[in-house]
Design a protein around this ligand. Structure first.
Ligand SMILES: *Cc1c(COP(=O)(O)O)cnc(C)c1O
Length: 466
């Protein structure tokens, strides 16, 4: 039997760490928040963090590093070439993630840029288990077209599928018949698919995909930003994995793929960094040529030596069972509180965030009035809790027709940074969301006052519709 809820044993769990350094945060008044959100054009990305009480904008680069990681920062070898921290990082990537070659980049999108330039030619198609904003943009800038091949359940916030990150192989087969395998350089597979709500892919599905790709001579690229969280769900839900360590599941997932892009700002608990990893020495050569142009020499890419050291250590910590259980446990604790109050959220709950279903929560607003954007602004106004839109604004416009992509999922993401907030912060957050839910009808829609051409969600500005 596959379970789809977070497995509870009889005992309470607690965070496997204690607090050594604290950073004060401040509660603002409602008039202060009204001024702040208006100045930010009703876009939570444009708020100053000093005006935020509990910051659930993103789990990217917001994690708390451990004392061991901070100690590693003091061992930074800032040599221009051949820093010892590079070798420590390279060894960690090979040992834990199985990839033989690695170039560091300043963050995930740096790796996506180099990858897309190496592998995507104009006219190519790049299938993936749902898009990610920067990933798709780099594919498009290289002349490719993204094709969504995730299972249909991923687009349904109520489908209780245990692995909503799975690829629908029939969709891939249809694509190959239409365009031919030669125009598909690789399939891009995200572990714990961010845009689907942090939903995992199963090992069984990835194995089937490996066979299919081998048959057609197509590579698999792994967006491994949240691979440890994915491994936790496999251990919880996939038959045969209950007694396996997180480390061994992570290794097995990676070993089924050919290349990987990593935003180390997520799972690996550093504030900045990433890499592009692979097994093919020829592709590594090409990556080395490009990384010197866009990031830095191949032994530091976009990173300082000290940051590579913190990352090497963060990788080890990220795959410890006690860590990942508490991390996902905290996300599910918040979700449980919201479900008890009947707030509509995406189910099953994913690994890094709770996603509010803005379409249902603000059902009086049409999608063209950006319900998720409006909800994120309303939640900030209520409580000082900062969240993020993941809906029609994030989806952008179709590059051919110029129309909005209108995604089925219109969500607000409450993203939990790793090791940063306590259960009490989750209680306050739940109370705030419940309060907005109770007066949902009062929330007004929004319209653009400024719309950037690319990745518009970051810098767009809005005003309320009268
Ligand atoms: C964050 C993220 C990226 C991009 O990484 P950055 O470090 O923000 O550049 C790519 N893919 C996924 C799934 C992500 O969550």
């Amino acid at each position: 039997m596959i379970t789809i809820t977070f497995r509870k044993d009889n005992k309470s769990w607690a965070e496997p760490y204690k607090i050594k350094v604290v950073e004060p945060i401040k509660m603002t008044s409602r008039p202060e928040r009204e001024a702040a959100i208006a100045e930010a054009g009703y876009n939570t990305f444009l708020l100053r963090s000093a005006d935020v009480y509990i910051d659930l904008l993103t789990d990217s680069g917001t994690s708390a590093m451990s004392d061991n990681q901070w100690a590693g920062m003091m061992l930074g070898d800032e040599a221009y070439a051949g820093s010892r921290n590079f070798y420590n990082l390279r060894d960690a990537v090979e040992q834990y993630y199985s990839y033989r070659y690695m170039v560091p980049t300043h963050q995930g999108r740096g790796a996506e840029h180099i990858l897309s330039r190496i592998l995507v030619k104009p006219g190519d198609f790049v299938p993936g288990n749902m898009y990610f904003t920067t990933t798709r943009l780099h594919q498009e800038l290289a002349g490719g077209t993204f094709v969504d091949v995730i299972v249909d359940e991923a687009h349904d916030p109520d489908a209780l599928h245990p692995f909503k990150g799975d690829v629908d192989l029939d969709k891939l087969e249809t694509l190959v018949q239409k365009v031919g395998a030669k125009r598909i350089p690789y399939v891009c597979i995200a572990t714990c698919v961010n845009m689907a709500g942090g939903q995992p892919i199963s090992m069984g599905n990835l194995k089937a995909l490996r066979q299919w790709c081998d048959k057609h001579g197509i590579l698999i690229v792994h967006d491994m930003t949240r691979v440890a969280e994915n491994a936790f769900f496999i251990k919880e839900r996939e038959p045969g994995y209950q007694d396996r360590s997180i480390a061994s599941i992570v290794h097995e997932l990676c070993a089924l793929t050919d290349l990987a892009t990593m935003s180390a700002k997520k799972d690996a608990m550093v504030n900045i960094g990433g890499f592009l990893a692979m097994n093919d020495p020829k592709l590594y050569e090409k990556a080395c040529e490009l990384v010197v142009v866009y990031e830095g020499l191949h032994t530091y890419g976009g990173m300082a030596g000290r940051d590579m050291e913190a990352l090497a250590r963060g990788i080890v910590e990220s795959i410890e069972y006690e860590h990942i259980r508490a991390r996902i446990g905290q996300v599910h604790y918040l979700a449980q509180k919201l479900m008890e109050a009947e707030v509509p959220i995406v189910k099953p709950v994913g690994g890094h965030a709770v996603f509010l279903d803005a379409k249902r929560l603000l059902s009086h607003l049409p999608q063209e009035q950006f319900p998720a954007q409006a909800l994120a602004a309303a939640l900030y106004l209520e409580s000082g809790v900062r969240s993020m839109e993941r809906g029609i604004v994030s989806a952008g416009r179709d590059k051919e027709t110029g129309k909005h992509h209108a995604p089925k999922l219109e969500l607000v993401r409450l993203t939990i940074p790793r090791r940063v907030y306590t259960q009490a912060h989750m209680d306050v957050t739940a109370e705030a969301v419940i309060a907005v839910h109770q007066q949902a009808r009062k929330v007004k829609g929004l319209r653009f006052t400024y719309e950037p051409e690319m990745l518009r969600f970051f810098q767009a500005r809005f005003e309320p519709v009268a």
